[in-house]
Design a protein around this ligand. Structure first.
Ligand code: MG
Length: 303
């Protein structure tokens, strides 16, 4: 991040959805709502709160409608994942004003994760985007496995660029380029972003890293260097992906915040209050979360 660039960096907090979706023990709606409120209190302005995937596949988020109906009235803060048209019906019914759709850069991962080819997923999302946008709902897009795929190996930057462009043409306003298995290194980020940014505006690009190999923050630095100003993160490092063998937690929000604070970036999110939100959900789950900053802060205050 050079001085000539804006120092404002946006964090998209995905803990309540991406973080909790694989938790085997059912978490009550009340606990989820308290967790989300603590994230709001910490200063988050973009929170992905749940998913309208079929409850059979993700029973943890079966209460999506109830969660959304009970959120505080805050414009533009909350979003929910929508996998298909039935999911969009439920999202519309809930009153949410921002949704996210997801496809993959790897054909094999796409088929295994969402049961469709890339081309089919894009035609489904084209219909979803049209309906959503016509109804006053904005749309974010995720592209999974943009760097390395557990089945196909290294992913071509031209496929990521083409998929990103296709989503933006449908009216998606931000595409999150995701490292689903956390295997990317800064050179992968530079290679893929060079492809993406040749044909899409940097303001429409977010990065979503997992810390499986300990490279997530190095990848964030490379993203910042290339002008990206939006990063996804999950409280305490919650979450993984059930369809991606070997994938561990998302980049922890506290770890990202420490880095951005030290680099002089403005996020609007308070590290101590973020840690409070993570401690709360860790207490609900009865276990420690992997975030290094959270562990450091807890050791410092004797928790
Ligand atoms: Mg993730």
């Amino acid at each position: 991040m050079s001085d000539s660039q804006s120092k404002k960096v946006h964090i998209v907090e995905v803990g309540p959805r991406d973080g909790l979706q694989n938790e085997p023990e059912q978490i009550s709606t009340e606990h989820k709502l308290k967790f989300i409120q603590k994230l709001v209190d910490a200063g988050h302005s973009q929170i992905e709160v749940t998913s309208f995937v079929h409850p059979k596949f993700v029973p943890q988020l079966a209460d999506a409608g109830e969660v959304i109906e009970n959120l505080p009235q805050l414009e533009g803060v909350f979003s929910a994942l929508v996998p298909n048209e039935r999911g969009l019906d439920r999202a519309v019914e809930s009153g949410i004003k921002r949704i996210a759709v997801f496809t993959a850069a790897s054909e094999t991962f796409c088929k295994k994760n969402i049961g469709m080819s890339r081309a089919d997923s894009l035609s489904v999302f084209e219909r979803i985007c049209k309906r959503a946008i016509d109804g006053g709902i904005s749309v974010r897009g995720y592209v999974s496995t943009c760097f390395v795929c557990p089945y196909e190996g290294e992913i071509s930057e031209s496929v990521v660029a083409e998929t990103t462009r296709a989503l933006l043409q449908m009216g998606v306003d931000e595409v999150s380029i995701s490292d689903t298995i956390g295997a990317a290194c800064p050179n992968d980020v530079a290679r893929v972003l060079s492809g993406v940014l040749a044909s899409s505006p940097v303001d429409a690009i977010a990065l979503h890293f997992h810390d499986t190999y300990g490279t997530a923050l190095a990848n964030v630095c490379e993203g910042l260097r290339l002008g990206v100003a939006t990063f996804d993160a999950s409280s305490g490092g919650l979450g993984g992906c059930p369809f991606a063998p070997g994938a561990t937690g998302n980049l922890a929000t506290e770890d990202l915040l420490y880095l951005l604070d030290r680099m002089g970036a403005e996020t609007g999110v308070d590290l101590q209050q973020q840690a409070e939100a993570s401690r709360y959900i860790a207490g609900v789950l009865s276990r420690k979360l992997p975030s290094r900053q959270l562990q450091r802060l807890d050791a410092a205050c004797g928790n």
